[in-house]
Every structure is written in structure tokens, then in C-alpha cells.
Design a protein around this ligand. Structure first.
Ligand code: MET
Length: 389
């Protein structure tokens, strides 16, 4: 099915630069930085989409992953002041949302509320609270593991970890080892934003630097904790900045192999300090997924985070390189709903996730946090037969 799709795109009067890139992709070769920029500048959606889908099917066939998870967001009080953030409260004017600070008991109660359910992962991120430190969180993780020894704890962005380690006066390696010893399994990909220093200075100058973000992930990989990586796109960055961002990640992945998934995050412009910056179109979202799939040749997985992009676009993205759509969530995160995303109470049942995947002729597989298959849902939740495409 894939080859004719590509033929169709190539048989047009194709730009020579794009032709060369297509030949490389079909041959399984890596594209260069300059070629990444060319894709952003000249690659129409149909072209980059066909290449990305070709790669997706070569790597994964129709396999499409989701998981059963929930989030814990201990607080939205934050010492940092990222201009794109609609979430943090401390340095910010009061908005319709109040500050919150969960107690340890409240967090433990939340975890207990999932007793007897089939969740496999808890995702813990939030504001960088001056009083919630490394040892507090290490003990919290230990308590979570006492209640749910089987649950995968994916916790704390590099931004949160940099602050925690600095305050506790430990090296990244020591800090990460303490968290690992208390039961933390992996790191989420947040806080990367855009690595280009000039843009970082404009949008989030007071939090950890790009080099620190990369060093923390490298250190985590070295001590056996895998991680994910994100890129906040569609604000004031250039196409060169996006390729530079992906390039730094691709280089680190060549060294460590510790990243599982790349997650492009769309800039949403609600309730923040740069709301005048327009959001990009859905076409650009899909082009960005596709180019990421083409460029990040050493990342196994590409995720569309549905609470951010919406379930319709997440479904379409499965034809543009994406092979993972995250999880059930159960209305436990406010990060994107506060930024104006359509999903104001993000939650999907297993049936909804499976049907979303089956409707577009993909294979729904529940995974754990490190992509072991938990269950194949091919024969469950019958849905209207999808047309071939
Ligand atoms: N505190 C995190 C960071 O900046 C993000 C958590 S969600 C507001 O990396």
C-alpha cells in the first residue's frame, strides 16, 4: 500500500531537493540538518506525509500504541515564569484558576483511588514549588510504590529535576539515583521547549538551559532510566530552530539510545503572556509530525498527545508518522485545558481509544510505559468498517 502512495507523490514535477530527500528516505538513509530545513520550507503535506507514513509502516506496520495512565500534578505554584504557560501561579496575575498545592495525603489518596483498576503508569509533573524538594518527592514515590508496586512512575521534567538537585546540593547523577532507588522508573519529556538559546531567552529565560536539559536526560539514560523528549512548536521559533532542536536530540540519542518517544507539543495561546502569538494550523501540525518522523530516525516512537491536539487530529496524525496517542488520562491534567485546548476534561475510555485507532484501519495495542505490549485489542470493540485509503 505504501509504495504506490509514494510513487504518486514522486511522479509529480518534483523539486530536485525534495526528490533527493525522498530517495534517501526510501533507501533508509538519514537526512541532514539542511534537508530538514528544506522539508519545512518546501515540503507540502502530501509529500512529507507520504514519506512519514512509509517510515511509520516500515518501523511499526499498523501498530498503534496507547496506555492506561493517570497524572498527578502536585501543584501549579511555580518559581519560573515561562511566557507560554497558562498554568503557573506565583509570579503571575490572578486568573480564573486558583493556585493549588496537594498534600502528600491527597496525592496518596489519588493513587489509592485507582486500586483495582488496570492503570499501568502514573505521570507526575507540575509547577516548580520552592518547598517541594528532592527528598519529599523521593519519599512520595516510595509511598506510591508501596501501594502500587507494579505501577510505572514517570516523573519530573528536567526543569523540575535541575531545580530539585540544585536546592538539595546534589549532582544530577546523585539526585536521579536517589529517585531511582525510591522507585522512579523514567522521565517524561517536558521542559525542552525549544533549545535555540535566543528563543529560550525570549520565552522561558529563567528555567534550566538547553544544555542542562540534555545533560539531565543523558545522565538518566546512563543510570538506566529511559525518557521521552518534547518540542514546543508553533510560537516564535523558526524552521531552523525546530530542526536544531530535533538535531540536538538525535545526537544525544545516537550516544545513549535512552529516548523512547518524541512528542511534538503544539503552542496553544490561551491565558498566557504571549496570547497575541497566533496558533499554527492543523496542516502545520501534521507537517510537523511528518517531518519529525522523517528527521528523528533513531527515535522508535512518535506520539500525538491527544489532550493537546484533540482526538480528531490525533486520529488523522496516524497517517502522518504518528504511532502512539498516549493514554486514558482520566481527567487528571490541567496543563493544556488551561491553555485553551478543546479538551477541557481530558479522559478517554479504553473503548474510545481502541475505536479511534480501529476507525482508521490501524492496530490498537495497549502498551506499558516502555512499549511492551500489554494487550492486543484487534478483536475487541467492533467499529464501523473503515474504507481503505
Ligand atoms: N514544570 C515543568 C517544566 O517547565 C512543566 C510542568 S507542566 C506546567 O518543565
Amino acid at each position: 500500500m505504501t509504495a504506490p502512495q509514494i510513487e504518486l507523490v514522486l511522479s509529480k514535477d518534483l523539486d530536485q531537493d525534495l526528490r533527493k530527500i525522498a530517495d534517501k528516505v526510501i533507501a533508509g538513509e538519514r537526512i541532514t540538518f539542511d534537508e530538514g530545513v528544506i522539508l519545512y520550507k518546501k515540503g507540502e503535506l502530501a509529500f512529507v506525509g507520504a514519506l512519514a507514513n512509509f517510515i511509520r509502516e516500515r518501523k511499526h506496520g499498523d501498530n498503534t500504541y496507547f496506555n492506561k495512565n493517570f497524572h498527578v500534578e502536585p501543584t501549579n505554584i511555580c518559581v519560573f515564569d515561562c511566557k507560554f504557560c497558562a498554568y503557573s501561579k506565583l509570579l503571575r496575575e490572578k486568573t480564573e484558576y486558583d493556585a493549588w498545592e496537594l498534600s502528600e495525603e491527597q496525592i496518596i489518596e489519588k493513587v489509592k483511588s485507582y486500586e483495582g483498576t488496570a492503570v499501568t503508569e502514573v505521570h507526575i509533573v507540575g509547577g516548580v514549588h520552592p518547598k517541594m524538594g528532592l527528598h519529599y518527592f523521593a519519599n512520595l514515590i516510595k509511598k506510591i510504590k508501596e501501594i502500587r508496586p507494579d505501577i510505572h512512575v514517570k516523573a519530573f521534567t528536567a526543569v523540575e529535576l535541575e531545580y530539585m538537585c540544585r536546592k538539595a546540593k546534589v549532582s544530577y547523577r546523585e539526585g536521579l539515583q536517589i529517585l531511582k532507588d525510591h522507585g522512579q522508573n523514567s522521565l517524561p519529556g517536558g521542559g525542552a521547549e525549544i533549545f535555540a538559546e535566543a528563543i529560550r531567552e525570549e520565552i522561558c529565560k529563567d528555567k534550566c538551559t538547553s544544555d542542562e536539559w540534555l545533560e539531565i536526560h543523558q545522565t538518566a539514560h546512563e543510570i538506566g532510566m529511559p525518557s521521552n523528549a518534547t518540542m514546543l512548536y508553533g510560537h516564535i521559533e523558526s524552521f531552523e530552530d525546530r530542526v536544531d532542536h530535533m538535531n540536538r536530540l538525535r545526537e544525544l540519542q545516537d550516544k545513549t539510545g535512552g529516548f523512547n518517544t518524541f512528542i511534538p507539543l503544539k503552542y496553544r495561546n490561551g491565558n498566557n503572556q504571549m496570547s497575541h502569538v497566533e496558533e499554527v494550523s492543523v496542516i502545520e501540525d501534521l507537517r510537523n509530525y511528518a517531518i519529525a518522523r522523517i528527521y528523528m530516525d533513531n527515535f522508535p516512537h512518535l506520539k500525538a498527545y491527544w489532550p493537546m491536539i484533540g482526538r480528531d487530529t490525533a486520529q488523522i496524525s496516524l497517517s502522518y508518522g504518528v504511532n502512539d496517542i498516549d493514554g486514558t488520562i482520566d481527567d487528571t491534567t490541567k496543563i493544556y485545558s488551561m491553555a485553551g485546548a478543546e479538551e477541557q476534561n481530558p479522559a478517554m475510555t479504553t473503548e474510545q481509544l481502541v475505536k479511534l485507532i480501529k476507525q482508521v484501519n490501524r492496530k490498537p495495542l495497549e502498551r506499558d510505559s516502555i512499549y511492551n505490549i500489554v494487550k492486543d485489542y484487534t478483536n475487541e470493540f467492533e467499529t464501523k468498517e473503515a474504507s481503505p485509503y
